[in-house]
Design a binder for this molecule. Structure first.
Ligand code: BDR
Ligand code: CA
Length: 311
């Protein structure tokens, strides 16, 4: 299995994404690093510990990362989407494990340097930790074999503002640093995540077991939010789709594009400007996900989550 690190701000879809990774034999989840984002860092860290414990995997280390964005503080959290404590109002049992004493960037650099095998990193929150890694441990960062980022939007506009997707908006300077860094990056944005919707019927298929049942409960809040915010009758699987691409490379159809982030303080802040005029040959270009078989992606997730409870 491919060694995998998840950098995350759980977060309902983050929680689902972590469970998907644990249910996937193609990868070996070696480390979870946490970041501010949907809720405050202390809460995302606690949530990561509890989600791992839910799946019986409190052996996976959790290292806490950045509590704030690099330059401009994130204007608001996303408690209205994910619930004040980040997991849709569901109180998971506390984990017996404690947080790794190392800062996230140190834990990540240690792992990258020590791993004899190429490591995949899935970034599911604001990119603050990855930007710091690039600055503080550039040689370790250069060892990332594949970076799969949930963030941005090429042609769909934003979800947190008219222009910006949440993770990029939450730390636009970090996103600009990472997306122009020449790390081998797949950008999984709203173009492919918004059409990938898990409905009640899908949720029902993994809701029977103890782990799937908790996952289903966490999703209920998101379902209500999606109904009012997007008018959809299901939940958008943003982070889980990025982990699907990390687990099964090539799930998404990608095109190599130059991408920059609007770091101005105007209405466009946090917008990913994806140059769709040409296929880029630049070293700093990223693979932008442009095509998805949403039905297949949802099926992948549902069957994997059902498998967590041995069904
Ligand atoms: C992203 O924003 C967060 O609220 C979700 O967890 C996901 O990572 C979607 O824009
Ligand atoms: Ca997230």
């Amino acid at each position: 299995p491919v060694p995998l690190v998840i950098d995350t701000d759980p977060g309902i879809d983050d929680a689902l994404a972590i469970l998907l990774a644990l249910a996937s034999p193609e990868v070996d989840l070696r480390l979870v690093t946490t970041v501010h984002g949907n809720v405050e860092l202390a809460q995302t860290t606690e949530n990561a510990l509890r989600v791992l414990h839910l799946a019986g995997r409190s052996d996976v280390p959790v290292a806490a990362g950045a509590a704030e964005s690099l330059v401009h503080p994130q204007p608001e959290r996303a408690g209205h989407v994910h619930g004040a404590a980040g997991l849709g109002g569901v109180e998971l049992p506390p984990s017996p494990a404690s947080v790794d004493p190392r800062p996230a960037v140190v834990a990540l650099a240690d792992l990258l340097v020590a791993s004899p095998e190429p490591v995949t990193v899935a970034a599911l929150g604001p990119l603050t930790n990855l930007a710091l890694l690039l600055r503080v441990f550039p040689d370790a960062a250069a060892r990332i074999d594949r970076l799969v980022v949930m963030g941005g939007s090429a042609a769909r506009g934003g979800n947190v503002t008219a222009a910006a997707e949440f993770n990029v908006w939450a730390d636009a300077e970090a996103a600009q640093a990472v997306l122009t860094s020449a790390l081998p990056t797949v950008l999984v944005g709203l173009d492919v995540t918004l059409p990938t919707v898990l409905d009640e019927d899908g949720i029902a298929r993994f809701a029977a077991g103890p782990i799937g049942g908790r996952a289903a409960a966490i999703l209920r809040q998101y379902l209500d939010h999606a109904r009012t915010a997007y008018g959809t009758s299901g939940v958008v699987l943003h982070d889980a789709l990025a982990v699907t691409e990390a687990v099964a490379p090539g799930t998404l159809g990608t095109v190599r594009r130059d991408v920059v982030v609007d770091t101005g303080l105007g209405f466009g802040r946090g917008q990913t400007l994806v140059d769709r005029r040409t296929v880029s040959t630049a070293a700093t270009a990223v693979e932008v996900a442009e095509r998805v078989d949403s039905a297949a992606a949802v099926e992948f997730l549902v069957s994997r989550l059902a498998g967590l409870d041995g069904r």
